[in-house]
Each structure stands twice: as structure tokens, then as C-alpha cells.
Design a protein around this ligand. Structure first.
Ligand code: HEM
Length: 217
């Protein structure tokens, strides 16, 4: 039963993840393309009932994953399954902070990060945000692709990617992520004065007032 719940909740969230990573990769084509696609996608994933289902699916999926580790501690894992678990742990550690940072601003202050918000974060603290976003995207892609195969098998439709296919797809995703981070980082074109965006003003204020940290990109 736990396996079925994990499969259905994982597949539900994977719909958002596929759209979200595709949107992120489009950042290499510039702010217009990235923000344009995000505006269209938001009408789907930020439609309140849909957003509630997606976030509930994420919470259930993560909880069942942790629960299975506790109730089935003796499971022997293949290398592929071990990497699946490492990626899952990484996502578990960072996903709450990610959602709070990039969705919290629009929930609580009506300020959407968009391209310029991410460009600001990267220009303010590059040593943290380049590796963080790279690992977030690659862990999400690997866990999502491998997990989709496992989930479909559990639901009686075995369609798992071969290990070579999984490695090639993850490597391709890693390249697309580097290109996207280059877009946010202003490697190919001028990203403008990122400090004046609403997200920059809000996060600089919160960092100063709540955390006592001065951000000056
Ligand atoms: C380089 C990688 C990533 C970047 C740059 C990124 C960026 C963003 C941004 C800007 C938003 C706000 C979206 C909006 O305002 O419409 C967002 C929301 C979100 N992201 Fe990510 N993200 C990345 C990877 C991931 C991954 C791998 C996951 C999950 C495994 C994830 C889960 C979410 C969730 C759940 C939300 C909230 C969606 C909502 O309720 O509207 N993100 N992300």
C-alpha cells in the first residue's frame, strides 16, 4: 500500500516538475522566453486547487519515502537506487527552503521572483546559488526520471529507462541547467539592474531586518 501511495503521489508531482524544469532551462534564451512561459504555466500550477494537490502530493511523497526507510531498514539497494535515495535526501533538505523563498514572496507579499529575482540571487551570492541551483535541478531530474519509471512499474505499466539512458538524460539536463544558470548569471546578454527588482528589494529588506545580513551584489 505504501508503495502505491508513493507511486501515485510521485507521478502527480512529476507533472509539475517536468514543466518547472523545462521552464528553468529556457532561461538560457532570455528573460522574455522564461517569464513568458512561467506566466502561462502559473495559470495552471498556481490555480489554488491544483497548487494544493501538487504541494500535498509532494508532502505525502516525501513523508512516505522517509517512513519506508524507517519501516523497511534492511532493503538492499542497487547503485541506481542508492543515487535515487541520495537525490531524494538532497531534495528533502532543500525543498522547504526553496518553496518558502521563491513562492513565499508571492504568497505573503505579492512579489513574484521571475527571471530578475533569480538573476538577483545569483549576482548577490554566486558562490551559493550557482552550485545550489545546479544540484537542485540535477537531483530533481534524476529523482524524477528514475522515480517515474519505478512508479509506472508499480502501477502495472513497466516503462523504466535503461541505466545508460538515465545517465545520458541526466547529463543532458546538467548541460541545460548550466546554460540556464548562464542566462540568469548574465553570461550571454545584459540582465539589467537586478537590484531594483521587487524581489531584490524585498529579500534585501528581509535579510537586513530579520537576519541582520547586508546583501550588496
Ligand atoms: C535550477 C533549478 C530551479 C530553479 C531556478 C527554480 C526556480 C523556481 C522559481 C522562480 C519558482 C517560483 C515560480 C513562480 O513564481 O511561478 C519556483 C517554485 C517552485 N519550485 Fe523551483 N526551481 C528549481 C528547481 C526545482 C526543483 C528540482 C523542484 C522540486 C523537486 C522545485 C520545486 C518547486 C516548487 C514546489 C515550487 C512552488 C510552486 C508553486 O506552488 O507555485 N524547483 N522555483
Amino acid at each position: 500500500m505504501l508503495k502505491q501511495i508513493q507511486a501515485v503521489s510521485g507521478l502527480t508531482f512529476a507533472v509539475f516538475l517536468a514543466l518547472h524544469l523545462t521552464n528553468t532551462w529556457l532561461a538560457s534564451l532570455g528573460p522574455g522566453v522564461y517569464d513568458g512561459m512561467q506566466g502561462v504555466l502559473r495559470t495552471f500550477y498556481q490555480f489554488a486547487p491544483v497548487e494544493a494537490i501538487l504541494l500535498a502530493a509532494l508532502a505525502v511523497h516525501a513523508s512516505v519515502g522517509v517512513l519506508r526507510i524507517v519501516v523497511e531498514p534492511k532493503r538492499t539497494l542497487s547503485t541506481r537506487a542508492r543515487w535515487h535515495r541520495y537525490a531524494g535526501f538532497f531534495l528533502l533538505l532543500f525543498i522547504g527552503g526553496h518553496i518558502l523563498a521563491v513562492r513565499g514572496s508571492s504568497w505573503f507579499y505579492d512579489v513574484y521572483p521571475g527571471f530578475e529575482g533569480l538573476a538577483f540571487s545569483i549576482s548577490a551570492v554566486p558562490g551559493y546559488f550557482y552550485p545550489y541551483y545546479f544540484l537542485l535541478a540535477v537531483a530533481g531530474l534524476y529523482h524524477g526520471l528514475n522515480g517515474t519509471g519505478i512508479a509506472l512499474s508499480r502501477l502495472g505499466r513497466p516503462t523504466a529507462l535503461s541505466s545508460a539512458g538515465l545517465q545520458r538524460a541526466t547529463a543532458a539536463g546538467a548541460v541545460l541547467t548550466v546554460l540556464a544558470l548562464g542566462g540568469f548569471g548574465g553570461w550571454y546578454y545584459d540582465v539589467g539592474d537586478v537590484r531594483s527588482s521587487g524581489f531584490a528589494v524585498l529579500t534585501t529588506r528581509i535579510a537586513g531586518e530579520v537576519l541582520g545580513v547586508q546583501i550588496s551584489p
